[in-house]
Ligand binder design. Structure first.
Ligand SMILES: *[C@@H]1O[C@H](CO)[C@@H](O)[C@H](O)[C@H]1NC(C)=O
Ligand SMILES: *[C@@H]1O[C@H](CO)[C@@H](O)[C@H](O)[C@H]1NC(C)=O
Ligand SMILES: [Ca+2]
Length: 208
């Protein structure tokens, strides 16, 4: 039995070695002198970007030209944009500029999208403008976990929501809070023990 399992594991490794993983080519074009913080999964990133087709250099999108010169927010590590962005924009500093070359399997794949034909390798020039803690970040968890026991009680989640809503100028009444907290626990407290653990709270990073 043991031998069969070992053999299966070996075969799986060999298979993985034979099929090359698609990779994002990352080139750091410009790096700031000061870097207080680097991007990680769960962070919200404010970026300016230009995207080009590798095939003929056509620019298919630019936040400078097509978005009134407004950068856009996106959350790293949750497949909000294409997979190539999640892989290529980690450990990045505010003010850093990167060039990414992303194979189609980590972009829009066999389908393509809009101006992007199927099977297109894409080139992005990305300028990181700002980083914020995402709602699922380690920092948010610590902020919510008032007694530092690495799990969130309903009281802790409620207290956090209260201050958040007050900060943003839209306080809620007790009943509304109760309903919101219950719905959060319904979704997030997977093992229904009445607490949201750090594992239940944070993103599963492995699947990227
Ligand atoms: C580049 O390729 C795209 C997609 O195949 C096509 O729509 C576009 O017209 C091409 N542009 C030039 C300048 O050849
Ligand atoms: C709280 O707000 C909800 C929705 O606005 C309302 O239906 C409810 O009566 C309020 N409850 C209290 C105790 O004020
Ligand atoms: Ca739990």
């Amino acid at each position: 039995m043991m031998e069969v399992m070992v053999l299966a594991a070996l075969l799986a490794c060999a298979g993985a070695a034979l099929i090359p993983e698609p990779e994002v080519q990352v080139a750091v074009v410009e790096k700031p002198y000061i870097c207080k913080r680097k991007t990680k999964n769960g962070d919200m990133l404010l970026v300016h970007f230009e995207g080009f087709l590798e095939s003929n250099g056509t620019r298919f999108h630019s936040t400078y030209a097509d978005n009134n010169n407004q950068p856009v927010w996106f959350t790293l590590g949750i497949k909000e944009a294409i997979k190539g962005w999640d892989k290529g924009l980690k450990d990045m500093c505010v003010g850093e500029k990167r060039k990414l070359v992303i194979p189609s399997s980590l972009a829009y794949g066999k389908e393509g999208k809009g101006k992007i034909p199927p099977e297109s390798t894409l080139i992005f020039h990305i300028n990181l403008i700002d980083i914020r803690n995402g709602p699922r970040s380690h920092e948010s968890f610590q902020e919510m976990d008032l007694n530092d026991d690495w799990r969130l009680s309903k009281e802790e989640v409620k207290a956090y929501l209260k201050t958040e809503f007050e900060k943003h100028g839209s306080p809620m009444n007790e009943t509304q809070h109760e309903v919101l907290v219950e719905s959060i626990f319904e979704k997030e407290d997977e093992d229904s023990d009445g607490f949201i653990s750090a594992r239940e709270f944070t993103y599963v990073h492995d699947e990227l």
